[in-house]
Design a protein around this ligand. Structure first.
Ligand code: CP
Ligand code: NVA
Length: 319
């Protein structure tokens, strides 16, 4: 499969990026294909002004490094500009309804990226506004991250065959990863402690996608079973943003879910290690793994830039 010359089966028709389950596999491949092209062009010093004059409003109710910087740098490289709106500074944080915020922003800018707690807030922005809305992470999902992760997997493995093992908390990243892998036919085994598995309705969506693609989904509480023969191993923090208070109690359940050299030894010899970052070295992953030869975390982080640019270009170009 040569994704740089991917021929879309249908025109890209999604209006937003709210959740990957809304995207066809063809649309996901179009995003990754464009991201690869934009990456290649950038390395050659080319920055096509696909979004000249366009403005992206970026609402953040949670912290961010990669998401904020990649969207802001990305739209600049595409000829547009971004506005950073901390939800505590704008009226949304004082109780102005999402519906009014959506309608006002729709009169002034060309797209909205939002990072917040409730997935329903992201869906409501799209429902009440008239411009593209991009989910930059909620408690439930992190679709932008997974587009960059799948792009990274493709760059290292040359296809979407093989198996990815997710080890740890069944959180926003795990949820979107299940759907993303299932859409593209990549096998995924997720090992999470009992009671900390993926969201059941997202898992159902992933299973429905897997029926079509042929992807094999395994949910287990045994990290060794998940890691066995894996082509990629992925983990994320044990306490996500907003869960800091309960972290200590939660960690008790996660000690055997650390990605360490022993777990890596169960994977294929050329396994890649992925982590959305930020990471807690010594907790979900050991330093020798995250800073070791299998780790591709900085390529993965860089790919946030290229994937975000592709998403914005596809969603905002003709708006
Ligand atoms: N991976 C990720 O979304 O990073 P930030 O929280 O820094 O945006
Ligand atoms: N699961 C993490 C991802 C951070 C990018 C969180 O929600 O904090």
């Amino acid at each position: 499969m040569d994704l740089l010359s991917y021929k879309p089966k249908n025109a890209f028709s999604s209006k937003h990026l709210l959740r990957l389950s809304n995207y066809t596999s063809d649309e996901i491949l179009q995003v990754i294909s464009l991201a690869l092209k934009l990456k290649k062009q950038l390395k050659e010093g080319l920055m096509p002004p696909i979004l000249a004059g366009k403005i992206l409003a970026m609402i953040f109710a949670k912290s961010s490094t990669r998401t904020r910087v990649s969207f802001e740098a990305g739209i600049y490289q595409l000829g547009g500009t971004a506005q950073f709106l901390s939800s505590s500074d704008i009226q949304l944080g004082r109780g102005e309804p999402i519906s009014d915020t959506a309608k006002v922003l729709s009169r002034m800018v060309d797209g909205i990226m939002i990072r917040t707690f409730a997935q329903s807030d992201v869906e409501d922005l799209a429902k009440f506004g008239s411009i593209p809305v991009i989910n930059g992470l909620t408690d439930l999902l992190h679709p932008c991250q997974i587009l960059a992760d799948l792009m990274t997997y493709y760059e290292y493995k040359g296809s979407f065959s093989g198996k990815l093992a997710y080890i740890g908390d069944g959180n926003n990243v795990a949820n979107s990863l299940l759907v993303g892998c299932a859409k593209l036919g990549l096998d995924i085994s997720a090992a999470c402690p009992k009671g900390y598995g993926p969201n059941s309705s997202v898992l159902a969506a992933a299973k429905a996608a897997a029926e079509v693609s042929g992807s094999n989904i395994v949910i287990t509480d045994d990290p060794k079973e998940a890691a066995d023969g894996a082509d990629a191993v992925y983990t994320d923090v044990w306490a996500s943003m907003g869960q800091e208070q309960d972290a200590k109690e939660k960690y008790r359940h996660f000690t055997k879910y650390q990605v360490n050299a022993e777990l890596i030894s169960l994977c294929k010899d050329d396994v890649i290690f992925l982590h959305c970052l930020p990471a807690h070295r010594g907790e979900e992953v050991t330093e020798d793994v995250i800073d070791g030869p299998h780790s591709v975390i900085f390529d993965e982080a860089e790919n946030r830039l290229h994937a975000q640019k592709a998403v914005m270009a596809l969603l905002m170009k003709d708006k």
